[in-house]
Write a protein that binds this ligand. Structure first.
Ligand code: FES
Ligand code: FES
Length: 158
């Protein structure tokens, strides 16, 4: 029999309690236990970044974090990015720059880009490309994504 545990964490600013199997990853828990399906599963082995979330201020691949590890943590998923009055400038920039096609990678890119801009509000192109190197996209060719992050950074002002 699989052992189940109850976990309490702050997810997108809301205290959340959920039950998970001991072997569940955070990605499993978000999608299957909590219903936050915005976080995507690509490789399920830490190589694509589709499952990126911010955990206690650090960008992590949620497929590589055990659900049991998040007890007491603060998690931000793609669902937690938008504000009450609409999309964030970063999300708007992705739309304006057509930085998505099929969209499977987009939540991971948005979360990773937010994590970058949180620690480095005015990154160089090289810094953006380096930071996003762990996020894979089969569709866009990356340039549009980079332009979107540059645009969002520019809108923050000097
Ligand atoms: S699904 Fe987690 S890194 Fe690919
Ligand atoms: S938009 Fe399709 S994988 Fe990135």
């Amino acid at each position: 029999m699989t052992e189940r545990i109850i976990i309490t964490a702050t997810i997108n600013d809301e205290e959340t309690q959920f039950m998970a199997d001991m072997r569940d990853s955070l990605l499993d828990a978000l999608r299957e236990r909590i219903g936050l399906t915005g976080t995507k599963e690509g490789c399920n082995n830490g190589n694509c970044g589709a499952c990126a979330v911010i955990m206690d201020g650090r960008l992590v691949n949620s497929c590589c974090v055990m659900a049991a590890e998040v007890e007491g943590s603060e998690i931000t998923t793609v669902e937690g990015l938008a504000e009450a009055d609409g999309l964030t400038p970063l999300q708007e920039a992705f739309l304006e720059e057509a930085a998505l096609q099929c969209g499977i990678c987009t939540p991971g890119f948005l979360v990773a880009s937010k994590a970058l801009l949180d620690v480095n509000p005015h990154p160089s192109e090289h810094e953006i490309r380096f930071w996003l190197a762990g996020n894979l996209c089969r569709c866009t060719g990356y340039d549009k994504i980079i332009r979107a992050v540059q645009k969002a950074a520019a809108q923050r002002g000097a």
